[in-house]
Design a binder for this molecule. Structure first.
Ligand code: ZN
Ligand code: ZN
Length: 258
């Protein structure tokens, strides 16, 4: 039973064959997908709810991506709080800091991140954190926000940020990037993260793992990342699938599924 802990099923690139790719995920052994509620911007944060409502093994979140932080208004935090009550919404996010693209000013990214952490803490929901080239601020803000549970998704940061996150009780999720031949440091971290803190994800439609690298990604391909991480850790893909699904269940408390 594989879990794709982070997908963007609402993406326009899936418009033509979304039903087929959801079926392909099931056929590949995927039994949990968390589809992220960012959409095309804050007004669209409920974008994952229709998919989560029509499939009892798909769940969603609501949040404002750091790219869109400058579009966040007070009413969006109100919307987030209201949508978070929906039974298919399991988390706040993705939220965080992206100093690589800097699509929103950094001070605005930090404010919008802190506000979502505050909301997650108050609602007792886990938070899905996106962080890129922002290790120091991410670590500092997460430490100040504690206690909040969550995951650092699509992890590409330093071993130091991994340590900080693990100390705070966070999970660490690896995407197809870990399968890339030049990602040796990342592979070392994926090998050493404690088993009870590990997740895998696609972040589709982006970042397809080897051997699909460069193509559109989809949830079925989480099997490639799971196999790669299992090999790194010297366990079977079934064991990796079991442990990541257990970790997902513990963090996100999904309602019972078939
Ligand atoms: Zn992200
Ligand atoms: Zn994402």
């Amino acid at each position: 039973m594989l879990t794709d802990s982070h997908a963007h099923l609402d993406d326009a690139r899936f418009a033509a064959d979304r039903d087929e790719l959801i079926q392909r995920a099931w056929d590949a052994g995927v039994r949990r997908i968390l589809t992220i509620g960012n959409g095309t911007g804050p007004d669209d944060m409920g974008c994952g709810i229709p998919y989560a409502q029509s499939h009892n093994w798909i769940f969603t979140s609501v949040g404002i991506h750091p790219h869109d932080a400058s579009k966040a208004e007070d009413r969006h935090f109100q919307m987030m709080e209201t949508l978070a009550e929906h039974p298919r919404v399991l988390a706040i996010g993705e939220t965080g800091l992206d100093y690589h693209y800097d699509n929103s000013p950094r001070d605005v990214q930090r404010q919008v991140f802190e506000r979502q952490l505050e909301l997650a803490g108050r609602l007792r929901l886990p938070v899905i954190v996106h962080t890129r080239e922002a290790d120091d601020d991410t670590g500092r803000i997460l430490q100040a926000a504690a206690p909040v549970d969550g995951v650092l998704h699509c992890f590409t940061s330093s071993a130091h940020l991994a340590e900080v996150a693990l100390r705070l009780g966070f999970l660490i999720s690896f995407s197809g990037i870990v399968t890339f031949p030049n990602a040796r440091d990342l592979a070392d971290i994926a090998r050493s993260v404690p088993a009870d803190r590990l997740l895998v994800e696609t972040d589709c439609p982006y970042l397809a793992p080897v051997p699909h690298r460069g193509k559109r990604n989809e949830p079925a391909f989480v099997a490639e990342t799971a196999k790669f991480v299992a090999d790194l850790r010297g366990i079977t893909i079934e064991e990796l699938a079991d442990v990541t699904t257990r970790n997902f269940t513990r963090l996100f408390s999904p309602p019972e599924t078939a």
